[in-house]
Design a protein around this ligand. Structure first.
Ligand SMILES: Cc1ncc(COP(=O)(O)O)c(C=O)c1O
Length: 351
Protein backbone atom coordinates (compact mmCIF):
# COMPACT_ATOMS: atom_id res chain seq x y z
CA UNK A 1 0.00 0.00 0.00
CA UNK A 2 1.42 3.40 -0.95
CA UNK A 3 0.19 6.94 -0.49
CA UNK A 4 0.57 7.32 -4.27
CA UNK A 5 -2.10 4.73 -5.03
CA UNK A 6 -5.55 5.87 -6.16
CA UNK A 7 -8.51 4.90 -3.94
CA UNK A 8 -9.62 2.42 -6.65
CA UNK A 9 -6.26 0.64 -6.67
CA UNK A 10 -6.24 0.41 -2.87
CA UNK A 11 -9.48 -1.57 -2.94
CA UNK A 12 -8.72 -3.84 -5.91
CA UNK A 13 -8.75 -7.62 -5.39
CA UNK A 14 -6.88 -8.82 -8.50
CA UNK A 15 -7.36 -12.14 -10.26
CA UNK A 16 -4.71 -14.74 -9.46
CA UNK A 17 -3.86 -16.82 -12.54
CA UNK A 18 -2.74 -20.44 -12.25
CA UNK A 19 0.99 -20.89 -11.71
CA UNK A 20 3.34 -20.85 -14.73
CA UNK A 21 6.21 -22.80 -13.13
CA UNK A 22 9.81 -22.16 -14.09
CA UNK A 23 10.72 -25.86 -13.70
CA UNK A 24 10.59 -27.78 -17.01
CA UNK A 25 10.05 -31.26 -15.70
CA UNK A 26 6.65 -30.69 -14.08
CA UNK A 27 3.52 -32.24 -15.59
CA UNK A 28 1.55 -29.05 -15.99
CA UNK A 29 -2.20 -29.67 -15.82
CA UNK A 30 -3.25 -26.47 -14.02
CA UNK A 31 -4.22 -23.74 -16.51
CA UNK A 32 -6.33 -25.43 -19.20
CA UNK A 33 -3.82 -25.00 -21.99
CA UNK A 34 -4.06 -27.35 -24.96
CA UNK A 35 -1.02 -29.66 -25.07
CA UNK A 36 -1.19 -30.32 -28.83
CA UNK A 37 0.29 -26.91 -29.62
CA UNK A 38 -0.59 -24.41 -32.36
CA UNK A 39 -1.28 -25.35 -35.97
CA UNK A 40 1.97 -25.64 -37.96
CA UNK A 41 0.37 -23.25 -40.46
CA UNK A 42 -0.10 -20.67 -37.71
CA UNK A 43 3.56 -21.01 -36.73
CA UNK A 44 4.67 -20.49 -40.34
CA UNK A 45 2.42 -17.43 -40.68
CA UNK A 46 3.80 -15.94 -37.47
CA UNK A 47 7.38 -16.53 -38.58
CA UNK A 48 6.59 -14.88 -41.91
CA UNK A 49 5.25 -11.85 -40.02
CA UNK A 50 8.64 -11.34 -38.34
CA UNK A 51 10.07 -8.91 -40.86
CA UNK A 52 10.79 -5.24 -41.40
CA UNK A 53 7.06 -4.44 -41.44
CA UNK A 54 7.17 -4.65 -37.63
CA UNK A 55 8.38 -1.05 -37.72
CA UNK A 56 4.81 -0.14 -38.68
CA UNK A 57 1.81 -0.27 -36.39
CA UNK A 58 -0.54 -3.18 -37.06
CA UNK A 59 -4.01 -2.79 -38.57
CA UNK A 60 -5.87 -1.28 -35.56
CA UNK A 61 -9.12 -2.95 -36.65
CA UNK A 62 -7.64 -6.38 -37.53
CA UNK A 63 -9.89 -6.36 -40.58
CA UNK A 64 -8.52 -9.48 -42.29
CA UNK A 65 -8.72 -11.51 -39.09
CA UNK A 66 -12.28 -10.31 -38.48
CA UNK A 67 -13.21 -11.26 -42.04
CA UNK A 68 -11.78 -14.73 -41.49
CA UNK A 69 -13.69 -15.16 -38.22
CA UNK A 70 -16.90 -13.77 -39.77
CA UNK A 71 -16.81 -16.18 -42.70
CA UNK A 72 -15.88 -19.11 -40.40
CA UNK A 73 -19.01 -18.48 -38.29
CA UNK A 74 -21.29 -17.25 -41.09
CA UNK A 75 -21.78 -13.74 -39.65
CA UNK A 76 -21.02 -10.23 -40.92
CA UNK A 77 -17.72 -8.48 -40.18
CA UNK A 78 -19.54 -5.81 -38.19
CA UNK A 79 -20.71 -8.56 -35.84
CA UNK A 80 -17.13 -9.44 -34.82
CA UNK A 81 -14.83 -7.83 -32.25
CA UNK A 82 -11.27 -8.99 -31.51
CA UNK A 83 -9.10 -8.32 -28.49
CA UNK A 84 -5.92 -9.26 -26.67
CA UNK A 85 -7.17 -12.52 -25.21
CA UNK A 86 -10.79 -13.05 -24.25
CA UNK A 87 -9.93 -11.60 -20.84
CA UNK A 88 -9.49 -8.22 -22.50
CA UNK A 89 -12.70 -8.68 -24.49
CA UNK A 90 -14.49 -9.51 -21.23
CA UNK A 91 -13.07 -6.40 -19.56
CA UNK A 92 -14.50 -4.23 -22.35
CA UNK A 93 -17.85 -6.02 -22.05
CA UNK A 94 -18.07 -5.32 -18.33
CA UNK A 95 -17.20 -1.67 -18.91
CA UNK A 96 -19.25 -1.10 -22.04
CA UNK A 97 -22.33 -3.30 -21.88
CA UNK A 98 -23.40 -3.98 -18.31
CA UNK A 99 -25.92 -1.60 -16.79
CA UNK A 100 -25.37 -0.14 -13.37
CA UNK A 101 -28.99 0.11 -12.15
CA UNK A 102 -29.25 -3.52 -10.99
CA UNK A 103 -26.57 -6.08 -10.04
CA UNK A 104 -25.31 -8.27 -12.86
CA UNK A 105 -25.81 -12.03 -12.43
CA UNK A 106 -23.34 -14.89 -12.74
CA UNK A 107 -23.10 -18.37 -11.18
CA UNK A 108 -21.56 -18.82 -7.72
CA UNK A 109 -19.12 -21.32 -9.21
CA UNK A 110 -17.76 -19.80 -12.36
CA UNK A 111 -14.82 -17.96 -13.89
CA UNK A 112 -13.21 -16.08 -11.01
CA UNK A 113 -12.28 -13.11 -13.19
CA UNK A 114 -15.93 -11.91 -13.29
CA UNK A 115 -15.97 -10.54 -9.71
CA UNK A 116 -12.58 -8.95 -10.36
CA UNK A 117 -13.94 -6.93 -13.31
CA UNK A 118 -16.88 -5.93 -11.13
CA UNK A 119 -14.41 -4.61 -8.56
CA UNK A 120 -12.36 -2.78 -11.19
CA UNK A 121 -15.35 -1.03 -12.75
CA UNK A 122 -17.52 -0.65 -9.63
CA UNK A 123 -20.28 -2.93 -10.96
CA UNK A 124 -22.61 -4.55 -8.42
CA UNK A 125 -23.12 -8.30 -8.82
CA UNK A 126 -25.31 -11.06 -7.41
CA UNK A 127 -24.13 -14.65 -7.57
CA UNK A 128 -26.68 -17.26 -8.55
CA UNK A 129 -26.02 -20.70 -6.99
CA UNK A 130 -25.63 -23.64 -9.35
CA UNK A 131 -27.97 -26.50 -8.45
CA UNK A 132 -26.82 -29.58 -6.50
CA UNK A 133 -25.52 -31.20 -9.68
CA UNK A 134 -23.50 -28.04 -10.40
CA UNK A 135 -25.78 -27.10 -13.30
CA UNK A 136 -27.06 -23.68 -14.35
CA UNK A 137 -30.87 -23.43 -14.02
CA UNK A 138 -32.21 -20.90 -16.59
CA UNK A 139 -35.17 -20.08 -14.30
CA UNK A 140 -32.72 -18.53 -11.80
CA UNK A 141 -31.87 -15.83 -14.35
CA UNK A 142 -35.46 -14.60 -14.61
CA UNK A 143 -34.97 -11.79 -12.08
CA UNK A 144 -34.09 -8.09 -12.34
CA UNK A 145 -30.46 -7.65 -13.38
CA UNK A 146 -27.98 -5.34 -15.08
CA UNK A 147 -26.78 -8.12 -17.36
CA UNK A 148 -25.96 -11.83 -17.24
CA UNK A 149 -22.72 -13.68 -17.87
CA UNK A 150 -21.71 -17.33 -17.62
CA UNK A 151 -19.27 -19.65 -19.32
CA UNK A 152 -20.71 -22.50 -21.39
CA UNK A 153 -19.25 -25.06 -20.82
CA UNK A 154 -18.88 -23.63 -17.34
CA UNK A 155 -15.51 -23.30 -15.67
CA UNK A 156 -14.31 -24.86 -13.45
CA UNK A 157 -17.12 -27.44 -13.52
CA UNK A 158 -16.94 -28.36 -17.23
CA UNK A 159 -20.74 -28.70 -17.29
CA UNK A 160 -22.59 -27.74 -20.45
CA UNK A 161 -25.97 -26.01 -20.78
CA UNK A 162 -27.87 -27.07 -23.94
CA UNK A 163 -28.59 -24.31 -26.46
CA UNK A 164 -32.36 -24.25 -25.92
CA UNK A 165 -31.74 -23.43 -22.25
CA UNK A 166 -29.19 -20.75 -23.14
CA UNK A 167 -31.82 -19.24 -25.40
CA UNK A 168 -34.31 -19.29 -22.54
CA UNK A 169 -31.99 -17.03 -20.49
CA UNK A 170 -31.43 -14.72 -23.46
CA UNK A 171 -35.18 -14.48 -24.22
CA UNK A 172 -36.02 -13.80 -20.57
CA UNK A 173 -33.76 -10.73 -20.54
CA UNK A 174 -34.52 -8.81 -23.75
CA UNK A 175 -33.49 -5.45 -22.26
CA UNK A 176 -30.20 -6.68 -20.83
CA UNK A 177 -27.06 -8.07 -22.43
CA UNK A 178 -26.52 -11.79 -21.90
CA UNK A 179 -22.91 -12.85 -22.42
CA UNK A 180 -21.99 -16.46 -23.07
CA UNK A 181 -18.29 -17.06 -22.47
CA UNK A 182 -17.45 -19.98 -24.77
CA UNK A 183 -13.76 -20.39 -23.96
CA UNK A 184 -14.19 -24.20 -23.98
CA UNK A 185 -17.00 -24.67 -26.50
CA UNK A 186 -14.92 -26.49 -29.13
CA UNK A 187 -14.37 -29.49 -26.85
CA UNK A 188 -17.95 -30.71 -27.16
CA UNK A 189 -20.23 -27.75 -26.47
CA UNK A 190 -22.65 -26.10 -28.86
CA UNK A 191 -22.08 -22.46 -29.79
CA UNK A 192 -24.68 -19.79 -29.16
CA UNK A 193 -23.33 -17.97 -32.25
CA UNK A 194 -26.21 -19.78 -33.99
CA UNK A 195 -28.59 -17.55 -31.97
CA UNK A 196 -27.05 -14.10 -32.42
CA UNK A 197 -29.13 -13.10 -35.44
CA UNK A 198 -32.33 -13.75 -33.47
CA UNK A 199 -31.23 -11.94 -30.29
CA UNK A 200 -29.75 -8.41 -30.34
CA UNK A 201 -28.96 -8.76 -26.61
CA UNK A 202 -26.76 -11.87 -26.99
CA UNK A 203 -22.97 -11.63 -27.07
CA UNK A 204 -20.78 -14.72 -27.50
CA UNK A 205 -17.12 -14.65 -26.51
CA UNK A 206 -14.47 -17.12 -27.61
CA UNK A 207 -10.70 -17.47 -27.45
CA UNK A 208 -7.84 -18.98 -29.42
CA UNK A 209 -6.11 -19.93 -26.15
CA UNK A 210 -7.76 -23.32 -25.70
CA UNK A 211 -8.97 -25.23 -28.77
CA UNK A 212 -6.44 -23.49 -31.05
CA UNK A 213 -3.65 -23.83 -28.51
CA UNK A 214 -2.46 -20.23 -28.75
CA UNK A 215 -2.67 -19.12 -25.11
CA UNK A 216 0.74 -17.49 -25.39
CA UNK A 217 -0.38 -15.30 -28.28
CA UNK A 218 -3.44 -13.67 -26.65
CA UNK A 219 -6.33 -13.48 -29.10
CA UNK A 220 -9.98 -13.54 -28.15
CA UNK A 221 -13.12 -12.39 -29.94
CA UNK A 222 -16.79 -11.58 -29.52
CA UNK A 223 -19.70 -12.17 -31.90
CA UNK A 224 -23.05 -10.43 -31.57
CA UNK A 225 -25.31 -7.71 -32.86
CA UNK A 226 -23.40 -4.88 -34.60
CA UNK A 227 -24.57 -2.37 -31.97
CA UNK A 228 -23.05 -4.46 -29.16
CA UNK A 229 -19.85 -4.73 -31.20
CA UNK A 230 -19.81 -0.97 -31.72
CA UNK A 231 -19.88 -0.45 -27.93
CA UNK A 232 -16.81 -2.69 -27.61
CA UNK A 233 -15.08 -0.78 -30.41
CA UNK A 234 -15.74 2.48 -28.60
CA UNK A 235 -14.24 1.14 -25.38
CA UNK A 236 -11.26 -0.41 -27.18
CA UNK A 237 -10.53 2.80 -29.07
CA UNK A 238 -10.63 4.70 -25.79
CA UNK A 239 -8.13 2.29 -24.24
CA UNK A 240 -5.67 0.78 -26.77
CA UNK A 241 -6.01 1.21 -30.53
CA UNK A 242 -3.71 -1.73 -31.31
CA UNK A 243 -4.57 -4.64 -29.01
CA UNK A 244 -3.42 -7.26 -31.54
CA UNK A 245 0.10 -7.04 -32.93
CA UNK A 246 1.02 -8.04 -36.50
CA UNK A 247 2.31 -11.47 -35.45
CA UNK A 248 -0.84 -12.29 -33.50
CA UNK A 249 -3.14 -11.20 -36.34
CA UNK A 250 -1.23 -13.37 -38.84
CA UNK A 251 -1.12 -16.40 -36.53
CA UNK A 252 -4.76 -16.19 -35.54
CA UNK A 253 -5.89 -15.95 -39.13
CA UNK A 254 -3.82 -18.97 -40.18
CA UNK A 255 -5.11 -20.95 -37.19
CA UNK A 256 -8.68 -20.47 -38.47
CA UNK A 257 -7.61 -21.60 -41.93
CA UNK A 258 -6.27 -24.94 -40.66
CA UNK A 259 -9.52 -26.74 -39.88
CA UNK A 260 -8.02 -30.24 -40.16
CA UNK A 261 -5.40 -29.57 -37.48
CA UNK A 262 -7.96 -27.86 -35.26
CA UNK A 263 -10.34 -30.85 -35.42
CA UNK A 264 -7.56 -33.32 -34.85
CA UNK A 265 -6.30 -31.59 -31.71
CA UNK A 266 -9.81 -31.12 -30.26
CA UNK A 267 -10.62 -34.77 -30.95
CA UNK A 268 -7.37 -35.79 -29.23
CA UNK A 269 -8.31 -33.80 -26.12
CA UNK A 270 -11.87 -35.18 -26.10
CA UNK A 271 -10.70 -38.81 -26.39
CA UNK A 272 -8.21 -38.32 -23.56
CA UNK A 273 -10.80 -36.52 -21.42
CA UNK A 274 -13.09 -39.52 -21.72
CA UNK A 275 -10.27 -41.94 -20.84
CA UNK A 276 -9.11 -39.84 -17.86
CA UNK A 277 -12.72 -39.58 -16.62
CA UNK A 278 -13.15 -43.38 -16.73
CA UNK A 279 -9.82 -44.00 -15.02
CA UNK A 280 -10.50 -41.42 -12.29
CA UNK A 281 -13.86 -43.06 -11.67
CA UNK A 282 -12.10 -46.42 -11.39
CA UNK A 283 -9.94 -44.83 -8.65
CA UNK A 284 -13.13 -43.85 -6.78
CA UNK A 285 -13.38 -40.19 -7.86
CA UNK A 286 -16.68 -38.42 -8.59
CA UNK A 287 -16.08 -36.68 -11.90
CA UNK A 288 -18.54 -34.07 -13.20
CA UNK A 289 -19.48 -34.71 -16.84
CA UNK A 290 -17.18 -32.37 -18.76
CA UNK A 291 -17.46 -30.83 -22.22
CA UNK A 292 -14.25 -28.85 -21.70
CA UNK A 293 -10.51 -29.61 -21.87
CA UNK A 294 -10.43 -30.28 -18.13
CA UNK A 295 -12.27 -32.37 -15.59
CA UNK A 296 -13.50 -31.38 -12.14
CA UNK A 297 -13.21 -34.28 -9.73
CA UNK A 298 -13.37 -35.06 -6.01
CA UNK A 299 -12.63 -38.14 -4.00
CA UNK A 300 -15.09 -39.06 -1.24
CA UNK A 301 -12.26 -40.12 1.11
CA UNK A 302 -9.50 -37.62 0.37
CA UNK A 303 -9.30 -33.85 0.80
CA UNK A 304 -8.77 -31.76 -2.31
CA UNK A 305 -5.92 -29.67 -0.90
CA UNK A 306 -4.11 -32.79 0.35
CA UNK A 307 -4.39 -34.45 -3.07
CA UNK A 308 -3.18 -31.28 -4.80
CA UNK A 309 -0.13 -31.08 -2.52
CA UNK A 310 0.59 -34.79 -2.91
CA UNK A 311 0.44 -34.48 -6.69
CA UNK A 312 2.82 -31.54 -6.62
CA UNK A 313 5.30 -33.55 -4.57
CA UNK A 314 5.19 -36.08 -7.40
CA UNK A 315 5.75 -33.40 -10.05
CA UNK A 316 2.15 -32.99 -11.25
CA UNK A 317 0.40 -29.63 -10.88
CA UNK A 318 -3.38 -29.23 -10.99
CA UNK A 319 -5.66 -26.39 -9.84
CA UNK A 320 -7.42 -26.35 -6.48
CA UNK A 321 -9.85 -23.62 -5.40
CA UNK A 322 -10.14 -23.01 -1.68
CA UNK A 323 -13.75 -21.83 -2.01
CA UNK A 324 -17.13 -22.84 -0.58
CA UNK A 325 -18.76 -25.89 -2.29
CA UNK A 326 -15.70 -26.77 -4.35
CA UNK A 327 -12.80 -27.05 -1.91
CA UNK A 328 -12.81 -30.86 -2.22
CA UNK A 329 -12.42 -30.73 -6.01
CA UNK A 330 -9.38 -30.74 -8.25
CA UNK A 331 -9.54 -29.11 -11.67
CA UNK A 332 -7.37 -31.22 -13.92
CA UNK A 333 -6.45 -30.03 -17.41
CA UNK A 334 -6.34 -32.79 -20.01
CA UNK A 335 -2.75 -33.21 -21.18
CA UNK A 336 -0.96 -35.48 -23.61
CA UNK A 337 -1.59 -39.21 -22.98
CA UNK A 338 1.73 -39.62 -21.15
CA UNK A 339 1.03 -36.60 -18.92
CA UNK A 340 -2.39 -38.00 -18.08
CA UNK A 341 -0.78 -41.36 -17.30
CA UNK A 342 1.61 -39.58 -14.90
CA UNK A 343 -1.36 -37.92 -13.19
CA UNK A 344 -3.29 -41.17 -12.86
CA UNK A 345 -0.24 -43.03 -11.59
CA UNK A 346 0.48 -40.32 -8.99
CA UNK A 347 -3.16 -40.30 -7.82
CA UNK A 348 -3.17 -44.10 -7.73
CA UNK A 349 -0.46 -43.94 -5.06
CA UNK A 350 -2.59 -41.66 -2.88
CA UNK A 351 -6.14 -43.02 -2.98
C1 LIG B 1 -14.15 -19.23 -18.74
C2 LIG B 1 -12.95 -18.50 -19.25
N1 LIG B 1 -13.12 -17.39 -19.94
C3 LIG B 1 -12.08 -16.69 -20.43
C4 LIG B 1 -10.78 -17.12 -20.21
C5 LIG B 1 -9.65 -16.27 -20.71
O1 LIG B 1 -9.01 -16.78 -21.79
P1 LIG B 1 -7.98 -15.91 -22.65
O2 LIG B 1 -7.81 -14.58 -21.98
O3 LIG B 1 -6.73 -16.71 -22.66
O4 LIG B 1 -8.60 -15.78 -24.01
C6 LIG B 1 -10.54 -18.29 -19.49
C7 LIG B 1 -9.16 -18.73 -19.24
O5 LIG B 1 -8.85 -19.65 -18.57
C8 LIG B 1 -11.66 -18.99 -18.98
O6 LIG B 1 -11.49 -20.10 -18.26
Amino acid sequence: MSKYWSPVVKDLVPYVPGEQPKLDNLVKLNTNENPYGPSPRALVAMQAALDDSLKLYPDPESVELKQTIASYYGVRVDQVFVGNGSDEVLAHVFFGLFQQDEPILFPDISYSFYPVYCGLYGIASRVVPLNDRFEIDPADYEQANGGVIFPNPNAPTGRFLPLDQVERVVSANPDRVVVIDEAYVDFGGESAVALVDRHPNLLVIQTLSKSRSLAGMRVGFAIGDSELIEALQRVKNSFNSYPLDRVAQAGAQAAFEDEAYFRQSCDGVIAERDRVTAELEALGFDVLPSRANFVFARHPLHRGDVLMTGLREQGVIVRHFNKPRISEFLRITIGMPEQNDALLCALGKMV
